[in-house]
Design a binder for this molecule. Structure first.
Ligand code: GAR
Length: 197
């Protein structure tokens, strides 16, 4: 079995896509060995419970309040994830930027999903920033990418898969989000299938 850890901070619809793919045999030989959330109210944790996947809630605030650096949080989380014999780490809506303290524990084994094309709109507002750029007449499409995380750069690294998503004249932010999420759910699973080979 190839053990995946899926890291989430919110709704977890991409986690759900992975769980469904595991159930349906679309990710042969893989299982979700651990779900980590850094937010207590992340709905994705309910999805994990329903699937029967182990869940760890691991917030950064106690570290921040104690004046401890990000690297301490990252090193402790890396140890927890390693204790579940995890081979691949999937950042699926994980709103925390890792330092090398985490990254070096999983060299070439961290995958990030981002709702924009390579080199565009990094950060937590990728879809909204693209929609704003569309309204300013700067772009007519955006997209989705899945990439490896080799270093501390934000939403950047060797691309595993990408797909263009056109922005339509009657799009609202919500309709664009809906289309992008649908692409994400498909692209993330196919990128993982490719990586797990
Ligand atoms: C997804 O759109 C993902 O690409 C994005 O967070 C969302 C999580 O949705 N990630 C980033 O913006 C990373 N910079 P989900 O919780 O429903 O899977």
């Amino acid at each position: 079995m190839i053990n995946l850890a899926v890291l989430i901070s919110g709704n977890g619809s991409n986690l759900q896509a992975i769980l469904d793919a595991v159930d349906s045999g679309d990710l042969p030989g893989a299982r979700v060995a651990l779900v980590v959330s850094n937010r207590k109210d992340a709905y994705g944790m309910q999805r994990a419970f329903q699937h029967g996947a182990p869940v760890v809630y691991f917030p950064k605030l106690p570290y921040t309040n104690a004046g401890r650096p990000r690297a301490d949080y990252d090193a402790d989380l890396a140890r927890i994830v390693q204790s579940f014999d995890v081979e691949w780490v999937v950042q699926a809506g994980w709103m925390h930027i890792f330092t090398d303290a985490f990254i070096r524990a999983f060299p070439n084994r961290i995958v990030n999903l981002h709702p924009a094309l390579p080199g565009t709109f990094p950060g937590a507002r990728g879809i909204a920033d693209a929609f704003d750029a569309y309204r300013r007449g700067e772009i007519d499409h955006t997209g989705v990418m899945v990439h490896l995380v080799p270093d501390e750069a934000v939403d950047a690294g060797p691309v595993v898969a990408q797909e263009v998503v056109p922005i339509l004249p009657d799009d609202t932010l919500e309709s664009l989000e809906t289309r992008i999420h649908a692409v994400e759910h498909r692209l993330l699973v196919s990128a993982l299938r490719q990586l797990l080979g």
